[in-house]
Design a protein around this ligand. Structure first.
Ligand code: ADP
Length: 484
């Protein structure tokens, strides 16, 4: 449009020199006529010539300017600005200079606005990219994020939030948080922080997911606009279910430990006091009191040892000394250690007739402890006259050895079987059968699974007996030889 205007102006300038040229030729004709008719000397001729010269000069200058302007127009069209107009000259030159100046300004402005348009579209693309990557980040984070506007309408919710509350963010956009999310406590907190205008609000929330309850640490924050008005609320939910469980387990552990330690200590204290007060009248009573103190001290020692071993394994601080060992020899040594205890209860211990020299790469003391714990439990929970057998099987295909301790004892009810390897767990029905700490099987599990990469197993039937055992990997490249 501006370019057309420039062309129009340009054409208007062409009329002016044409008029000038007409005047020049008119005066020239009149002069020649007057000289021819009057023949009265040279004066009128000279006057005519000088008038003609005076008028011809600006016309010539204008024609030159015009041709320059034409060239300038051509250059501009080709995108090559730059043409100098003579600084000298008359009105035509001045007008032409102004015209060139305007055209230059116009071209510069056009270039500037083109540049600005390019810059703006680049900025727009950049902003779009930034928006997409921020959305991607929000959607990938494991914590749930829900954002509402100043009218409690959903603006954004990531995948974690969709999963926790079981709703679709896409179809909930512009719906209120109360309409989209079926969790009255969460919705109430979101509305409360917006109304109360608190900067932040921390809240612990429990959400049911199937059969499980998940605990979330929620932080609600108000979003303020440039006028400091509340423009919305953002809620971030961090799953703390595991931390809660661990802290609960720690609390249980501490209370269990103190309870377990207190019982033998109280017993030791009571019998020691009786001895000091001279309540033991004869040798036999003194001996009885002393042996109770001794057994309670041993129990205390076992308890402390078990607690320390479990916590050392759990924290990874225990020193493990693995070497190639024969499992059959470890089993034989453990049976020897338990025999006197079994004899006290008239329990027979059966060992397999053939010994397989089955090599495992294991910590000798730890695996011995595992076998002794299983054997002593078998004897402990088997009534007088029962039997206990220990056997091992090598599974070459899986590269593991399986050790089983089978008893004819009291057995374990089905609902308790899954818990026997838990810390401090004692089967209610069996508490009267024998004393214990509820730590022996947990230690077995820690040694087998955490230290040796194996697994423990149990099968039991009330009144018939139990089979406890474990599997650990065989030593690499071991030679298996059978010996009668
Ligand atoms: P405890 O010191 O109480 O024996 P354990 O951790 O060794 O602790 O065992 C946990 C519980 O598992 C025991 O209290 C007992 O009820 C049950 N249990 C373990 N071994 C046997 C078994 N061979 N027969 C029956 N019950 C058993």
């Amino acid at each position: 449009m501006n370019h057309e205007n420039a062309n129009l102006t340009f054409r208007r300038f062409q009329i002016v020199p044409m008029v000038c040229c007409g005047i020049v030729f008119l005066s020239l004709g009149m002069c020649i006529l007057s000289s021819a008719t009057a023949m009265a000397g040279y004066i009128p001729v000279l006057a005519g010539l000088s008038g003609m010269a005076a008028l011809l000069w600006p016309a010539i200058a204008w024609i030159r300017t015009l041709s320059r302007l034409e060239r300038l127009e051509r250059n501009l069209a080709k995108g090559q600005p730059g043409l100098s107009i003579s600084r000298s000259g008359g009105i035509a030159s001045i007008l032409a200079r102004q015209c060139v100046e305007s055209l230059r300004n116009f071209q510069a402005q056009t270039e500037q606005s083109g540049q600005r348009q390019n810059d703006l579209s680049l900025k727009l693309q950049l902003l779009e990219k930034q928006k997409q990557s921020i959305e991607q980040i929000i959607h990938t984070i494991r914590d749930a994020v829900v954002v509402v506007d100043g009218f409690d309408r959903i603006v954004l919710a990531n995948s974690a939030a969709e999963q926790i509350f079981g709703f679709s963010a896409r179809s909930s956009l512009a719906r209120t948080v109360g309409e989209a999310i079926d969790h009255p406590e969460f919705v109430a907190s979101m509305c409360h922080i917006r109304q109360s205008k608190l900067p932040h609000l921390k809240h612990e929330l429990t959400v049911k997911a199937g059969d499980h309850l998940h605990v979330y640490d929620c932080i609600f924050s108000c979003i303020r606009d440039e006028k400091q008005e509340i423009a919305g609320v953002v809620a971030i939910l961090h799953d703390i279910t595991r931390e809660k469980e661990i802290s609960q387990m720690k609390n249980d552990f501490v209370s269990h430990v103190s309870h377990e330690l207190k019982t033998p200590l109280a017993s030791i204290n009571a019998y020691a006091e009786m001895l000091v007060d001279g309540e033991a009248q004869d040798e036999q009573a003194i001996h009885q009191f002393c042996s109770i103190i001794q057994s309670q001290a041993l129990r205390l020692n076992r308890l402390i040892e078990d607690i320390l071993n479990i916590s050392r394994i759990e924290s990874g601080l225990i020193k493990v000394d693995k070497q190639n060992l024969s499992m059959a020899l470890l089993m034989r040594d453990a049976v020897e250690m338990i025999t006197s205890y079994a004899q006290e209860k008239n329990i027979t211990i059966h060992t397999p007739p053939a010994i397989l020299y089955d090599q495992v790469h294991a910590d000798k003391d730890m695996i011995s402890q595992v076998i002794i714990n299983l054997l002593s439990n078998a004897v402990k929970y088997t009534p007088q006259g029962g039997s206990v057998s220990i056997e091992s099987q090598v599974n070459e295909a899986d590269g593991v050895i399986r050790v089983s301790v089978i008893d004819t004892g009291v057995g374990i009810p089905p609902e308790a079987v899954d818990h026997v390897f838990d810390k401090f767990y004692r089967v209610e029905q069996n508490k009267k059968v024998a004393k214990g700490t509820g730590l022996g099987l947990n230690l077995v599990k820690q040694i087998v699974e955490t230290v040796h990469g194996g697994r423990v197993f149990v099968a039991s039937e009330v009144g018939k007996g139990s089979t406890f055992g474990f599997e650990i990997p065989l030593a690499a490249g071991q030679q298996i030889t059978a010996k009668a």
